[in-house]
Design a protein around this ligand. Structure first.
Ligand code: NDP
Length: 435
């Protein structure tokens, strides 16, 4: 805290891990006295750089770019790039720290990193986004590589941005390699990668529900966000027989009393991915829906909640409202969407609660599969990738149960994910010595 006290999100993420990992370290001789956690919270490297670019009117803008290379004990740094005006070192360090544990949980050999910029793609033309991405890669290229650090997308960085970033990397380095994941299918991307985080979140929730002999079938589901993760979480939940009644963006949420269906979801995908519009337009189009400006959907009655927008979007009062309304399962599609008090509410009530580092790990896991396919120069089918994704989500669920099951039979998935993620990285760090 003395060193990072000015970074609230980072402190929040570390505290959540420390609460469960420190008691575990105390009980296990091999980790005692090695200051492992102290080493894990200091990034191996943090790069911050100027990104200067020219808008369509010829005006020059300056943004700040970052790459946090957090931990490479078990593999090359891996983690997304976020373009959003709120991006700063604290947010990226929290995301990079979470990523170390998440990547460890996937069972694949990937270290943890994160990066991005305070650039806001909203309202920018395609040409402006291209010029920004090219300028960003002019510096980033010297810090990454297929065996060093492999970035991917996150908030504000989707297929369009990955394309521009990859194009500039290829031009500068004169090599076609798997240096980024989330690529287009015709130039090295993996099938199911766009779907993976949302699908994986639902697969994880499905595994949790199974422990209570429950399923998605016939359940009412509340989802926040309407970006990549939210769209595919909704698609899979609907496919499994659930009624998805909400989506949101930073301007508010829509409630559809009839639930979304394939046609409505296709409208949302076109609205958000192609037209880059606001979710309120959904309520203009469908009479069964209402738009609630400036609000979050946590007061809506549901069985299952999937927060898929951003960090700290669900607080203690929201958690109380969900519990009061009979919610039995919460799986985080976003990173740290529930604040610490909300998580405590869920765990005290002993409902099924999955932290993002476990439930949203399907995205990076499929990125890991994209890296394997790039190295082998092959392309697996949709079914093959989906099968591997399902297996990985089940393995992560098993690990959480192994380390998180308590004496009364309740599974604390937060504890399970933190300890399972920690053990693999800590063992590798011990084996590699003090470096
Ligand atoms: P997108 O940019 O595709 O979508 C983000 C969504 O969240 C949009 O609906 C956006 O609304 C909303 N949102 C963003 N910031 C805020 C805010 N401050 N308040 C309210 N709503 C907000 O991003 P993704 O779907 O990729 O990412 C969503 C979350 O999932 C993030 O936490 C990300 O770190 C996490 N994640 C993503 C993975 C992936 O594979 N994409 C992998 C693992 C985790 P608006 O359009 O108004 O900004």
């Amino acid at each position: 805290i003395a060193r990072n006290g000015h970074e609230p999100e980072f402190i929040q993420a570390v505290q959540e891990v420390a609460e469960t990992v420190i008691p575990y370290i105390a009980k296990h001789e091999i980790y005692n006295g090695k200051n492992i956690l102290l080493r894990m919270v200091e990034p191996e490297r943090l790069v911050s750089f100027r990104v200067a670019w020219v808008d369509d009117d010829g005006e020059i803008h300056v943004n700040r770019g970052y790459r946090i290379q957090m931990n490479s004990a078990i593999g090359p740094y891996k983690g997304g790039l976020r373009f959003h005006p709120t991006v700063n070192a604290s947010i990226l360090k929290f995301l990079a720290f979470e990523q170390v544990f998440k990547n460890s949980l996937t069972t694949l050999p990937m270290g943890g990193g994160k990066g991005g910029s305070d650039f806001d793609p909203k309202g920018k033309s395609d040409d402006e986004v291209m010029r920004f991405c090219h300028a960003f890669m002019l510096e980033l290229n010297r810090h990454i590589g297929p065996n060093t650090d492999v970035p991917a997308g996150d908030i504000g960085v989707g297929a369009r941005e990955i394309g521009f970033l990859f194009g500039m990397y290829k031009k500068i380095r004169n090599e076609f390699t798997g240096v980024l994941t989330g690529k287009g299918l015709s130039w090295g991307g993996s099938k199911i990668r766009p779907e993976a985080t949302g699908y994986g979140t639902v697969y994880f929730a499905q595994s949790m529900l199974k422990t209570k002999n429950e399923s998605f079938d016939g359940k009412t589901v509340v989802i926040s966000g309407s970006g990549n993760v939210a769209q595919y979480a909704a698609e899979k939940a609907i496919l499994l027989g659930a009624k998805v009644v909400t989506l949101s963006d930073s301007s508010g949420y829509i409630y559809d009393k009839d639930g979304l269906n394939d046609e409505k979801l296709a409208f949302v995908m076109d609205l958000k991915n192609n037209r880059r519009g606001r979710i309120s337009e959904y309520a203009d189009k469908y009479a069964s829906a209402e738009f609630f400006a400036g609000e979050t959907p946590w007061n809506v009655k549901c069985d299952i909640a999937l927060p898929c927008a951003t960090q700290n979007e669900l607080d203690q009062q929201d958690a109380k409202n969900l519990l009061k309304n009979g919610c039995i399962c919460v799986a985080e599609g976003a990173n740290m969407p529930c604040n610490a008090d909300a998580v405590h509410e869920f765990n005290n009530a002993k409902i099924l609660f999955a932290p993002g580092k476990a439930s949203n790990a399907g995205g990076v896991a499929t990125s890991g599969l994209e890296m394997s396919q790039n190295s082998l120069r092959i392309s697996w089918t949709r079914e093959e990738v989906d099968e591997r994704l399902k297996d990985i989500m089940e393995d992560i669920h098993d690990s959480c149960i192994e380390f998180g099951k308590e004496e009364d039979g309740f599974c604390n998935y937060v504890k399970g994910a933190n300890i399972a993620g920690f053990v693999k990285v800590a063992d590798a760090m011990l084996a590699q010595g003090v470096i």
